[in-house]
Design a protein around this ligand. Sequence first.
Ligand code: MLT
Length: 304
Amino acid sequence: MLKVLTYDNISVAGLERLPRDRYEVASEIQHPDAILLRSHNLHGVPIPESVKAVGRAGAGVNNIPVAEYSKRGVPVFNAPGANANAVKELVIAGMLLAARNICEAWDYARQLEGGDDAIHRQVEKTKKKFAGFELAGKTLGVLGLGAIGVRVANAATSLGMHVSGYDPLLTVESAWQLSSSVARAASIDDLIAKVDFLTLHVPLNDQTRHLVNGARISIMRKGAVLLNFSRAGIVDDPRVIEALDSGHLHAYVCDFPSRAMLSHPRALVLPHLGASTVEAEENCAVLVADRVRDFLENGNIRYS
Ligand code: MLT
């Protein structure tokens, strides 16, 4: 029997790829042959001697000490692209939330008192303060043109946005998938300086930590919206808060709660929901379970 230790709620569709006559799968298990997880933090967690493979049911692997596993000859598989559609849809929703002041308007509407006539009168008097702006005709910058960035860029063009992207590591596959309407910026700063919305789709590593720092925020257009569905560490939070306070940024939409952001009225904070759809959870779990199984049973290493 091969033993698989699971952290987080790995979709049943993925677990079913590990046949019960050959695999024992549990959230507590001694001497695992493999680990399957989502966002559980493995930094500082001793690597079990028995482990031969790790499967991350998602794209980012920053919660796993990959170098330490590699030194032990343990491959870390992830599921790039498997949740890209889910993240794309939430990024588009995030732009709309910010542009149309939907969170503030919803809060206001839920507090309206009185009967329908009274509500109607109050709404007509106050709705002007929630007037927003349209996405069509605005510019969107996409930093990072991997599976998610390409999908966001292409979807935004269909909303009538002017889209440009930047990725120094653009793959041939992504270049093929990218709509010809998406312009290519010459550098990060060139991208950032020209957009009304900036969305980040890069992994968190030593090169990208605080990629969006105070200097970069200062070259963004006044009133721009910053969206971060990548990882918290890619932006320098205190500098974002300063920019929100001064009105330099209209809003910060992010998928990573922190105390400071949660209490800021111009930060629209979600609890890491980008990949949380039934479809994405299934796709990711199936893909990594298949990869882990293929490695354990056949020694195959498939990363793409
Ligand atoms: C990812 O890196 O793809 C996401 O963090 C996945 C998740 O939410 O588990």
